[in-house]
Write a protein that binds this ligand. Structure first.
Ligand code: AHR
Ligand code: AHR
Length: 481
């Protein structure tokens, strides 16, 4: 049985079921998600390998070979048509044209399930999915349950990495107008024990860890790589549960009455569905989503416990975040551009600005050093790498507002994430394309001889689709110095 078969047996059927990694009904053979590729704008749908099975990631890999792909739709497997697509602007605007949010890279969150490769949905700040015209999702004070499988190590404190029930207008319409799973370490509203991240409930104008607007020490800091997060609500009552998605059982972090502050009892749910954003399209948060559902009715703990067993049996596990020629920790490297204009240019820096410069064996030692980098374990994720300047030790290539800079490591989580890159096979077939860990749609690019992290055809000038593959492909060789 799949998770939604278990919810149905418990009398609380799925009214939305979303996953890019696997079918959530044992009989489901339909599409899981749609991807769109950068080369020609064509789309294709990715289905499970077999009924109830894992997504056909190989079909995506072949469709997206030598170009970029974005996840355009996450299909609802429940049959109710509650698909998730690119979120429109609301109280806040997203970074894409007309205020829409970004779409996620199709290959941004590789994992395996029982040894078979699949891809999750890597939400960078600015990315979001939504459906404002749903069918069968709880409204008003009606009962519902939600669970989601998430990356417990990918989060931030901004508002709001959510999955669940939001406003149909994408605007903040008041307390109690949302009921969504939140994951992250925001301390603006509620908190749990330790320093987070925590599973909380976004009920609008507040992330709640328990009955008050503040701290609930029973809501534990999450430390697992894969997590199962549960939120459910019915008239007068709600609960938060969670645990590792790879082993063990769910803990109950809160179960009891609705918050006593005004507006949350009864609830005023509107029945839109959000992923990766707040109810008002707040777009500052990050996180990774693998699967999740919304039910009709308040699931029993026993039903959720059987869903947790099913998730554990799916055996989520990590896999390589890199591809292409190896870039070894401890080596010293140079990056040569491969665009026809520029094949004698290398990534270098002038002060804090990363640029490309012509470097040869007879260049000055200062220029050679400025184009030479020591490869270290990724500051934010040791499955990827960081590049330390050979002339300014303790300073690393990082992105800031999508420009590449050489800055001193200030020790913050933000710096470490901005300085972590996951090299891939070069998009034009040469060398490597150096993908930003926190923005998998974006790669090292030279544009007018200046360094950026660029997406293929995005809104910034430096995102131009023309010569994208060449501009983001680098021959990584020995350092000059
Ligand atoms: O409740 C927290 C956030 O507050 C909601 O997600 C958003 O709509 C509002 O800004
Ligand atoms: O480069 C994109 C983002 O810009 C970085 O992650 C952040 O440090 C800055 O706001």
């Amino acid at each position: 049985a799949g998770p939604c078969d278990l919810y149905a047996s418990g009398g609380t059927p799925c009214v939305a079921a979303h996953s890019t990694t696997r079918a959530l009904f044992s009989a489901y053979t339909g599409s899981l998600y749609q991807v769109k590729r950068g080369s020609d704008g064509a789309t294709t749908n990715i289905a499970p390998l077999s009924a109830g099975g894992v997504a056909n990631a190989a079909a995506q890999d072949s469709f997206c070979a030598s170009t970029t792909c974005l996840i355009t739709t996450i299909f609802d497997q429940s049959g109710r048509g509650n698909h998730l697509t690119q979120a429109p602007p609301g109280g806040f605007s997203g970074p894409e044209s007309n205020g829409f949010d970004n779409l996620a890279a199709a290959d941004g969150a590789p994992v395996t399930l029982n040894g078979q490769k699949a891809y999750g949905v890597f939400i960078s700040p600015g990315t979001g999915y939504r459906n404002d015209a749903t069918n069968g999702i709880a409204t008003g004070d009606a009962a519902e349950g939600l669970y989601a499988v998430l990356d417990g190590t990918h989060f931030n404190g901004a508002c709001c990495f959510d999955y669940g029930n939001g406003e149909t207008s994408a605007h903040d319409t008041g307390n109690g107008h949302m009921e969504a799973i939140y994951f992250g370490d925001s301390t603006t509203w509620g908190t749990g024990s330790g320093s987070g991240p925590w599973i909380m409930a976004d009920l609008e104008n507040g992330l709640f860890s328990g009955v008050t607007t503040g701290n609930n020490a029973a809501d534990a800091t999450i430390t697992s790589r894969f997590i199962t997060a549960v939120v459910k609500g019915e008239p007068g009552t709600w609960a938060i549960r969670g645990g590792s998605a790879a082993s063990g059982s769910l803990s109950t972090f809160y179960s009891g009455s609705r918050p006593t502050v005004s507006g949350y009892n009864p609830m005023h749910k509107e029945g839109a569905i959000i992923l990766g954003i707040g109810g008002d399209n707040s777009v500052g948060a990050q996180g990774t989503f693998y699967e999740g559902v919304m039910t009709s009715g308040y699931p029993s703990d026993a039903t959720e416990n059987s869903v947790q067993s099913n998730v554990v049996a799916a055996k989520y596990a990590t896999t390589s975040l890199t591809s292409g020629p190896a870039i070894s920790v401890g080596s010293a490297v140079s990056f040569r551009a491969t665009t026809a204009c520029c094949t004698t240019r290398y990534i270098a820096h002038t002060g804090t600005t990363v640029n490309t410069q012509v470097v040869t064996s007879s260049s000055t030692s200062a220029l050679k050093l400025s184009a030479s980098w020591t490869v270290v374990a990724g500051l934010a994720n040791s499955a990827c790498v960081s590049f330390e300047s050979r002339d300014t030790s303790g300073s690393y290539i990082r992105h800031d507002n999508f420009a590449l800079l050489v800055n001193a490591n200030d020790g913050t989580k933000q710096f470490k994430e901005d300085a972590t890159f996951c090299p891939q096979t070069g998009l034009n077939g040469q060398g490597n394309s150096i993908r930003a860990w926190g923005y998998p749609t974006r790669y090292f690019r030279h544009f007018s001889n200046v360094g950026y992290i660029a997406s293929n055809g995005g809104v910034n000038t430096f995102d131009a689709a023309a010569s994208f593959n060449d501009d983001v492909s680098w021959v990584v060789g020995s350092a000059f110095a």
